[in-house]
Design a protein around this ligand. Structure first.
Ligand SMILES: C[S@@+](CC[C@H](N)C(=O)[O-])C[C@H]1O[C@@H](n2cnc3c(N)ncnc32)[C@H](O)[C@@H]1O
Length: 136
């Protein structure tokens, strides 16, 4: 299934000859090929990035080691490996990642490592200071 939904063919575009044949079958009611192609290009550029590879495999369930306790640990600190996986599968280098529940700042650290800009929100003053400290 993953081959069906995520392969590159999904984003390939019909050639003009085939399109005109199809247009003929529909009584020449389809929009001009050049217009359709321009619209499609915009969609293709704007769609959310989703890239899974041998190194960033896709699965519904993935295992990552939990972060072991250490003094000052955020109770919900997520493993950096998990954050790296999410970032690499769903963004490109240079993209901006928004994490509205920053907590320990794991996502921010992974973003910095992988060349993504980071915007975060954290309402807890202690948690915020902890994240800033971790980042610096
Ligand atoms: C589950 S933790 C996030 C853990 C984070 N992913 C990590 O790896 O450390 C949720 C965090 O979101 C913060 N939070 C909850 N509601 C919030 C809100 N409305 N605005 C900003 N931060 C919020 C909490 O203080 C908490 O630190």
């Amino acid at each position: 299934m993953s081959g069906h939904w995520f392969d590159r063919l999904k984003w390939s575009f019909s050639g003009e000859t085939h399109y005109q044949t199809m247009n003929g079958l529909f009584g020449n009611t389809l929009k001009p090929y050049s217009q359709l192609k321009a619209e499609y290009k915009t969609i293709k550029e704007q769609r959310r990035h989703f890239a899974v590879t041998k190194h960033v495999p896709y699965a519904n369930v993935r295992d990552f080691k939990t972060v072991q306790w250490y003094p000052g640990k955020h109770p919900c600190e997520k493993p950096l490996d998990l954050m790296r996986h999410i970032i690499e599968a769903s963004s490109r280098r240079g993209d901006v990642v928004l994490d509205t529940f920053t907590g320990s700042g794991s996502m921010a650290i992974a973003c910095r490592e992988l060349g993504r800009a980071f915007h975060g929100c954290e309402m807890g003053e202690i948690e915020f200071k902890g994240a800033v400290e971790r980042l610096s």
